[in-house]
Design a protein around this ligand. Structure first.
Ligand code: GCU
Length: 675
C-alpha cells in the first residue's frame, strides 16, 4: 500500500547538497588540519570541491579557509567561525566539530569569506539529534517495508536483507551531517521476530550500516524487542528482575559493542500497541528500562524508552478512560526512579502526532528524568507527503513552549539542561542531555521523501536540534538557497508562499480546533469523521446534534487538564482562556459556542474548510507559474502531488462540512453550497 515502484533510472536527487553549493569554498585555498576519520572526511569533501571549482586543497601556506581542531574535547561538535590573519577559520572543539564547521561554511557561500565576518560560536543545543526509521527488515504484510513510509522502500533493507549497495546510505549520512543530525535508528519501534535478530546473528548488518555512516559522524541505534531473550529462544522469561535475563542483556550488549564500538544505544517501545514489556511480569517501566540501562552503562550508552503507553483496547462506551492521560498516568510517578542513562522519549503531544495537539504534560513533569521529545517528520497525519505541510512552525511551538508561563525558560531550554541535579547533564560520559528525536520520512524514492518539498522537513529537524529558537521561515529560506541554488527571487517567493503557512492550511481543511483524527482507519489518509469514533483506540470527538469535543477538564471531564502545571492547568481548564485552536481537545461545547475569534464553532468549521480548500486550489497555478525555474522532474513531481492535495482538500472540505451541517442543522451564514 505504501510501496512505490522501484526508483527509475534517474539519478537520486541531490537534496540540499547539489555540487554548486560548494562553489565558494571549492574555488579557494582550503586547508584542513586534524587527525582521524572525521578530519579525513572533511579533507575529502574539500578535495572534491576544489577539484570541481579550481581551488587548492591543502595549500602549504596562506589558506583562504582553515579548518582545524583548536581544543581537545573529542566528542564535542562545537566550533568557532571567524577570521584570523586574513583567512576564514573554523576552530573546532574536537574532530567532531570539523564537519559541522565545514557545512556552516558551505551554507554561507561567499558570505563565509567576508573580511568583516565577526567571530561566532556554534554549538548544538541538543546533544543527540536522532532520526528513528520505522523501517522493517522483513516486509510487513500491512505496513510494507517502511511503517508509515511515504517515500518508497527502505534505504537500508530490502525484502529481508541488508541492501548490497550502501552507497545511498552513505549519501544519506552526508545529507544528515549537513543538516545537523548525528544518529539514526535503523529499524522500526515495532520490532518483529525477524528484526529481533539484529541484536545477535544479524548484528553484522547493523555494523555494515554503522561503517557506511560513521565517516559523517552519524551513530547507529537499534530498536530492541523487550522479549528478545524469549523470542530468540534463549530463555523462558524476559522478566527484567530475573538474573538470567539481566545477564543475557549484558552479554548480548557486550557483543554489540565488541562489534560496533561506537554503537549509539537502544530504543524501546514496550507495553504499547501489542509490543511486549515489563507489565507481563508485573514489573514497572522503571524496572524494564533500568535493566537495559544496566547492560548499556559499562559502554556509556543510553536506552531511549518510549512513553507512548496507553490502552489500545478501550471500550468506546467508557468515558472515564482518556488516552491523553495515559503517558503521564504511567510515567510521572516514576520520576527519580530511572537510571542515569535512561532517556524517556515522549511524543510531543499527548495523543499521537495529530495536526494540532497541546504539548505533552509528561514533558513538563519529571524533573529528575532525562527526557527526549519525539517529533514525526514522516507525515502520517499531516498529508502523507502528498500534501505540502512544512512542519517546523508546529515544532517551534513545541520547543518554544513555556512550561510554567510566559516568562519561564522554553521547553527546549529545559530539555537541553537535563534533569535537575544531574552533573552538567551528562551521565556515564556519553549519555546526552538534550535529545531531539524524530521519526524519519525517507525512502528509496529518487527525491528521498516522495514529495520533493518534504525534504525541507527533514532538513529542518537537524537545524532545530542545533538552534531550537530559529525562525522556521529562516530555516526554509536556507533550505531554498541550498536546494535551488540558482533560485531567482520569484521562485524563492513562491516557495515561501506555498510552504510557510502550509501547516495552517492543512489544519484548516482537516479535523477542526484540535479535536484530531477523523482520518480513515488503518492507513490514516483522507477524511472519515466517524472512522475511529466507535473503535477501541481512544480517539474520539463525541460529536452529536448539540455539540462536539472532548471534556478533559478537572471540573466535569477526564481531569487531563490537571496534569499540567499552572498556569496551563487553569488556562486549559477554563473556556474563557483555552486557546481557540485547542478548544475541542479540552472541551465539549455546543456548535453555537462563540470562539475568541468572534465566530461560532460551527461557522468556524465551515469558514476554515472553505478557505483551506480554496487556498490549495490557488497553490496549483502558483506552482505552475514557476515551471521554467525548477528542473522539470522536480516540477512535475510537485505538480502531480498538488493535484492530489487539491482533490483531497476538497474531499475533506465536503465531508467535514456536510457531516457537521447534517449533525447540527445550523446553516452556513454565508449560504455556500454544503452537500
Ligand atoms: C502510531 C502509528 C503507528 C506507530 C505508533 C508508535 O500509532 O500509527 O504506526 O507504531 O504510532 O509511535 O509507536
Amino acid at each position: 500500500m505504501n510501496e512505490r515502484p522501484a526508483p527509475d533510472a534517474d539519478p537520486v536527487h541531490a537534496a540540499w547538497l547539489p555540487p554548486s553549493v560548494f562553489r565558494a569554498l571549492g574555488s579557494r585555498r582550503v586547508r584542513v588540519d586534524g587527525e582521524g576519520p572525521l578530519a579525513d572526511t572533511v579533507r575529502a569533501e574539500v578535495a572534491a570541491a576544489c577539484a570541481r571549482f579550481g581551488g587548492v586543497a591543502q595549500p602549504t601556506s596562506a589558506p583562504d579557509l582553515l579548518l582545524t581542531v583548536a581544543a581537545g574535547a573529542a566528542g564535542s561538535e562545537g566550533f568557532l567561525l571567524g577570521r584570523r590573519d586574513g583567512a576564514t577559520v573554523v576552530l573546532a572543539d574536537g574532530p567532531a566539530g570539523l564537519l559541522p564547521g565545514l557545512f556552516e561554511v558551505v551554507r554561507r557561500g561567499e558570505a563565509a569569506f567576508d573580511p568583516a565576518l565577526a567571530d561566532e560560536r556554534h554549538q548544538p543545543a541538543f546533544r543527540l539529534r536522532v532520526l528513528d526509521h520505522w523501517d522493517n527488515v522483513f516486509v510487513h504484510p500491512v505496513m510494507g517495508q517502511v511503517e508509515r513510509g511515504y517515500a518508497g522502500g527502505s534505504i537500508f533493507w530490502q525484502g529481508g536483507r541488508l541492501r548490497a549497495d550502501l552507497s545511498r546510505v552513505r549519501d544519506y549520512a552526508r545529507l544528515l551531517a549537513a543538516s545537523g543530525i548525528n544518529a539514526i535508528t535503523v529499524n522500526n519501534v515495532n520490532v518483529g521476530e525477524g528484526e529481533t535478530h539484529l541484536l545477535t546473528d544479524r548484528l553484522g548488518d547493523v555494523a555494515a550500516i554503522a561503517s557506511a555512516v560513521r565517516p559523517y559522524g552519524i551513530r547507529v541505534h537499534v530498536s530492541v524487542n523487550f522479549a528478545a531473550p524469549v523470542i530468540l529462544g534463549d530463555l523462558p522469561t524476559a522478566d527484567p528482575l530475573d538474573p538470567a535475563v539481566r545477564r543475557w542483556w549484558a552479554s548480548t550488549t557486550d557483543r554489540v559493542f565488541a562489534t560496533i564500538p561506537d554503537f549509539g544505544g537502544y530504543l524501546v517501545k514496550a507495553d504499547s500497541e501489542g509490543q511486549p514489556g515489563p507489565f507481563t511480569y508485573g514489573r514497572t517501566h522503571a524496572d524494564g528500562a533500568n535493566m537495559l540501562a544496566a547492560a548499556l552503562a559499562p559502554h556509556g550508552a543510553p536506552v531511549r524508552w518510549r512513553a507512548f503507553v496507553y490502552n489500545h483496547r478501550q471500550d468506546w462506551r467508557d468515558r472515564t478512560t482518556d488516552r491523553a492521560r495515559a503517558a503521564h498516568d504511567h510515567f510521572a510517578a516514576l520520576d527519580g526512579r530511572f537510571a542515569d542513562n535512561v532517556i524517556l522519549q515522549v511524543k510531543h503531544g499527548p495523543i499521537d502526532f495529530q495536526t494540532r495537539e497541546p504539548v505533552s504534560p509528561v514533558l513538563l513533569a519529571m524533573p529528575h528524568t532525562h527526557l527526549a521529545v519525539e517529533l514525526q517528520v514522516t507525515q502520517e497525519y499531516t498529508g502523507q507527503q502528498r500534501h505540502i505541510c512544512y512542519l517546523p512552525p508546529m515544532w517551534s511551538g513545541v520547543l518554544g513552549f513555556r512550561p510554567t508561563g510566559d516568562t519561564s525558560p522554553t521547553l527546549a531550554t529545559r530539555l537541553t539542561a537535563g534533569p535537575s541535579g544531574a552533573d552538567s547533564g551528562s551521565v556515564s560520559g556519553r549519555t546526552p542531555a538534550g535529545v531531539l528525536s524524530a521519526v524519519a520520512n525517507v525512502g528509496d524514492d529518487r527525491f528521498w521523501t516522495g514529495h520533493p518539498l518534504a525534504q525541507a522537513n527533514l532538513y529542518a529537524v537537524g537545524r532545530l536540534g542545533w538552534a531550537p529558537g530559529r525562525d522556521p521561515a529562516a530555516i526554509l529560506d536556507e533550505w531554498i538557497s541550498l536546494t535551488f541554488p540558482e533560485a531567482p527571487p520569484r521562485l524563492r517567493h513562491t516557495l515561501h508562499t506555498l510552504m510557510d503557512d502550509s501547516w495552517l492550511t492543512y489544519e484548516q481543511y482537516t479535523a477542526p480546533l484540535g479535536v484530531g483524527f477523523m482520518v480513515r482507519p488503518g492507513h490514516h489518509y483522507g477524511p472519515d469523521v466517524d472512522g475511529y469514533e466507535y473503535t477501541p483506540w481512544g480517539t474520539y470527538h463525541f460529536a452529536d446534534r448539540d455539540g462536539i469535543g472532548v471534556d478533559r477538564t478537572v471540573a466535569t471531564g477526564t481531569g487531563f487538564t490537571g496534569q499540567y502545571p499552572p498556569p496551563w492547568s487553569e488556562r486549559y481548564e477554563s473556556l474563557s482562556t483555552c486557546p481557540d485552536e485547542l478548544l475541542l481537545f479540552f472541551h465539549h461545547v455546543p456548535y453555537t459556542h462563540l470562539l475568541h475569534s468572534g465566530t461560532t464553532v460551527i461557522q468556524h468549521i465551515y469558514d476554515t474548510h472553505f478557505a483551506g480548500a480554496q487556498r490549495v486550489a490557488e497553490m496549483r497555478p502558483e506552482w505552475d507559474s514557476v515551471a521554467g525555474l525548477v528542473d522539470p522532474a522536480t516540477h512535475a513531481r510537485v505538480a502531480e502531488r498538488l493535484a492530489e492535495q487539491h482533490r483531497s482538500a476538497e474531499e475533506w472540505r465536503d465531508q467535514i462540512n456536510t457531516y457537521f451541517h447534517r449533525k447540527s442543522g445550523v446553516p452556513d451564514d454565508k449560504g455556500r453550497r454544503i452537500h
